[in-house]
Design a protein around this ligand. Sequence first.
Ligand code: 4AD
Length: 437
Amino acid sequence: MKNRVLISDLNKHIDQEVIIAGWMHRIRILGKIAFVILRDRTGIIQCVLSNKELINQVKDLQVESVLKIRGIVRASDKQESGIELDVNEIHIISPVYDMIPVEINKDEIDAHIDTIIDYRPITLRHQKLRAIFKIQAGIVEGYREYMRSQGFTEIIFPILAGASSEGGAELFKLDYFGKEATLPQSAQLYKQIMMGVYEGVYGLSYSFRAEKSATTRHLTEFNQFEFELGFIENIEDLMYHCENVVRHIIMKIQKEFVKELEILNTTLPIVPEDKPFPRITLRQALEIYKEYTGIDETMEPDLSPGAEKWLSTEWGPKEHHSNFVFVTHYPLSKRPFYTYPHPDNPELSESFDLIGNGSEIVTGGQRVNRYQHQIERLKEKGLNPDDFEGYLMMHKYGIPTEGGFGMGLQRLTQNLLGLKNIREATLFPRDLNRLTP
Ligand code: 4AD
């Protein structure tokens, strides 16, 4: 819209006539005077309507009507922003006559999370939800900034696929011209193939998991920040980039999203300043958990949700000034077919998870890079190498030692902002019971 001034810029126009446009956030009519709070993407402003014609124009409208308003910006010490608008003319771009089903003009939305998601097209306009997804956009930007600064190449992944990448039963299948296709669990195989091409790649992928259980940490559709690097010596080369990208993202959010963090009334998790994130093996993690809490999970092949929470919100901050803890060397039997065995102990894998402020946010590891070795690993997992012909082509024709990691975008957003449910960190969540809106 030509000549439109954004609300955040109005203080540069005191005593001048301007045109603004946005949503009617609130309205109060007091006889001969009315106050309309108008909201645009940059803020809100009180607009004062002091004649009958103007009031008649808006008196039957409901909140969220879209208006274009011409008026004069006045200094006002009664307003938090220090200004208000003396209205001369109103044009109704889109009138709303229906009562809004969920109130979005209060500090908090007073509704259950399911209702908030059912009414996403409206509730996303609430200042807290807008702050969450503004920060999420900043997280994506921060990820790209770091990866680009290291000289890595961004790639775009296909979604329709013929084979499973992570194994297991959590696979969505669909009909593809009479044949069976699958939706990817991650972009794993494709980022690995690119090791023969660019040596260092990254990208934001789509992951689908037919998770049958409804938890506060799992979705059936989510995004991963994918990363893969060639010519590595071991997982240390990967954890280095993993901690640096997380550190870069946190510093960026801290610096550039002050207003949003304030709206959410939250502080970001702590990262050790000049030191690497703590690194412990899974064995050590389970021993420490037992030693400090008395809970014995030392026979388990993985960390329980309770152990992940304790490590990253109690032990990490107390012992290492860090809400982020790398846990390494998980049992090989628990990791997918592409995972490299530990050089000194074939029962273990050259792998890691990053536990970040409550739960796992990253899984990574070194991959099998030699052809015969990969064929053996597929067979050990009960998979048919013939189903992986395209993938195995890269091993057959030479790829370096390599590895990478995947970091869940929604999980990262949830844990950075301390949100209770991953659905709060997902614009349009998909789960066992939900495919809309
Ligand atoms: O641990 P996952 O399954 O690992 C992979 O997909 C590997 N390809 C990664 C690699 O490069 N080795 O998933 C990676 C991350 C998890 O740490 C978590 O942040 C997120 O993706 N994630 C989920 N987020 C939401 N809902 C789910 N069901 C998720 N499953 C994993």
